[in-house]
Write a protein that binds this ligand. Structure first.
Ligand code: SF4
Ligand code: SF4
Length: 136
């Protein structure tokens, strides 16, 4: 996945298309695993990490294009299409960390010219306030 810096984003609205729920492998933290285990066998165990199980090419919690655990969804879903890094390009810098997006999200409007967009900055700022946000 080729990420682009947040300064290339001219706008974002989630279209609720469910593409990310089909395309991505959603990692869950140990705390999320404990919280979601009430739903039964909903995990795939990798060598190191644990992911949400996929059924027929989509997240086990997706019905149509709707997430059936929306208020409980893992942080990997909450923050998508944004990615937070401890290191990165100068263009990705945002308040001490580095922020990127996955340009394959259909809700993003990507431009060639890097210009900070206040609406996007506000979304990133809100995500950064979440204490469960994972920065790698
Ligand atoms: S791919 Fe993007 S627009 Fe579609 S549901 Fe996911 S976040 Fe929303
Ligand atoms: S938990 Fe919900 S938002 Fe996350 S991938 Fe599954 S269906 Fe999509």
């Amino acid at each position: 996945m080729e990420l682009v810096t947040w300064k290339r984003v001219a706008g974002w609205r989630c279209r609720r298309c469910g593409k990310c729920c089909r395309d991505l492998d959603i990692m869950v933290t140990p705390e999320e695993e404990r919280r979601l285990q009430k739903y039964g066998e909903v995990f795939e165990r990798g060598k190191i990490l644990t992911y949400l199980r996929k059924l027929n090419g989509k997240c086990i919690f997706l019905r149509g294009n709707t997430c059936t655990i929306y208020s409980e969804r893992p942080m990997a879903c909450v923050k998508y299409p944004f990615y937070f890094r401890l290191k990165g390009d100068a263009e990705a810098f945002f308040q001490g960390i580095y922020v990127y997006v996955d340009p394959s999200c259909p809700g993003l409007k990507i431009t060639r010219c890097p210009v900070p967009n206040f609406e996007i900055a506000a979304i990133i700022y809100q995500l950064l306030k979440n204490e469960k946000l994972i920065i790698v």
